[in-house]
Design a protein around this ligand. Structure first.
Ligand code: SAM
Length: 323
């Protein structure tokens, strides 16, 4: 499987070129901008309700589809980053022995870390995802303890103050829609980390939050093609009608996944609107401070060589150390 492209619409590119007030280094990377598709293709995908085989539901209830849609990532390289970040930023690092992945989904990172001999726990609120994650770990021949739970209210028996590292990837913290939930999540993480242990978070890049486009309802729609044996799919991440509420900082993101036929989007396999709380770096710093952690590393991708203002930066990755 490969991603053939991560795409932005022409309309958004024009908006970027004309009005983006942020320095060039805070804008999307050039490889993202290079792969542009037509406005019509991205903003008017086939309707799910008009498609006979459509099964609108949550993507998290369809783990295989979710896993395919987000399989453009290189999990080996991302696991290497996590190990490197631990060595660089945890106190008394040594070998990475114990890891907890919050909102693990298919647990691809958990599996990779288990392959590198860490003892891994993976927590998710969705039973279908957990069953899928268990199968993936079994297929990879590694042990991952997949646990059902809410990341704002969890307890891993016998592991209080023990974890070397907790990770929460691909914007999963954005499911904590209000401050109370986010603070509860951080409190739980801090309770489970050993002193000097590391919490790694992957979130949206601040350039995407502060370029003003969210307020203009230009919500940064992206699409990418997934090429699987026997079928091609297009993932459409956002539309120009998505709503951002500046008070709650919650973005109502429309996500749809389509089959491809003759180079065009054909059947709609899934469509849903997912609420994502957008976090700023300052909020993460504050949450860390309030729960006995400190920010010790910031990156623009799951890559130790990509700083936040690097031209390839397109994520916010923050490393917090438990005091
Ligand atoms: C964006 S996916 C990320 C999955 C995985 N970390 C990855 O990188 O592909 C978010 C995951 O968080 C889970 N999730 C959502 N809300 C949650 C909560 N309150 N507690 C635990 N898991 C949650 C979902 O079921 C889903 O599997």
């Amino acid at each position: 499987m490969s991603v053939q492209a991560v795409l932005r619409t022409q309309q958004q590119l024009m908006t970027c070129a004309a009005a983006k007030p942020w320095p060039a280094q805070l804008q999307k990377s050039s490889h993202t901008l290079a792969a542009t598709r037509s406005r019509q293709a991205s903003l008017r995908p086939p309707s799910c309700t008009a498609t006979a085989e459509a099964q609108p539901s949550s993507m998290y209830d369809r783990p295989q589809l979710y896993d395919d849609a987000f399989s453009y990532r290189d999990f080996t390289a991302e696991a290497k980053f996590l190990l490197g970040a631990y060595q660089q930023h945890a106190a008394d690092a040594g070998k990475l022995n114990t890891v907890l992945e919050l909102g693990c989904g298919p647990a691809n990172h958990a599996v990779q870390l288990a392959k590198r001999k860490a003892k891994v726990w993976a927590l998710d609120a969705n039973e279908a995802m957990l069953a899928y994650a268990r199968d993936k770990a079994a297929a990879a021949g590694v042990e991952v303890t997949a646990m059902h739970g809410d990341m704002s209210d969890f307890e891993v028996q016998g592991m209080s103050g023990s974890f070397d590292m907790v990770v929460c990837l691909l914007g999963t913290l954005s499911h904590m829609l209000d401050n109370k939930q986010a603070a509860a999540c951080f409190k739980r993480v801090a309770q489970h980390l050993r002193p000097g242990g590391l919490f790694v978070l992957e979130l949206a890049h601040p350039g995407d939050l502060f370029d003003g486009s969210l307020l203009l309802q230009d919500t940064g729609a992206e699409m990418w093609e997934v090429d699987k044996p026997g079928r091609k799919m297009m993932v459409v991440w956002g539309t120009d009608v998505d709503q951002f509420d500046p008070e709650s900082q919650v973005l109502e993101r429309t996500v749809s996944i389509h089959t491809m036929k003759d180079g065009n989007m054909d059947e709609c396999l899934l469509e849903e609107v997912v609420a994502y709380r957008q976090f700023t770096m300052q909020e993460i710093d504050l949450l860390a401070t309030l729960t006995g952690m400190e920010v010790v590393g910031v990156y623009g991708d799951l890559d130790l060589n990509v700083s936040l203002n690097h031209e390839d930066a397109f994520r916010l990755v923050m490393c917090l150390r438990k005091l």
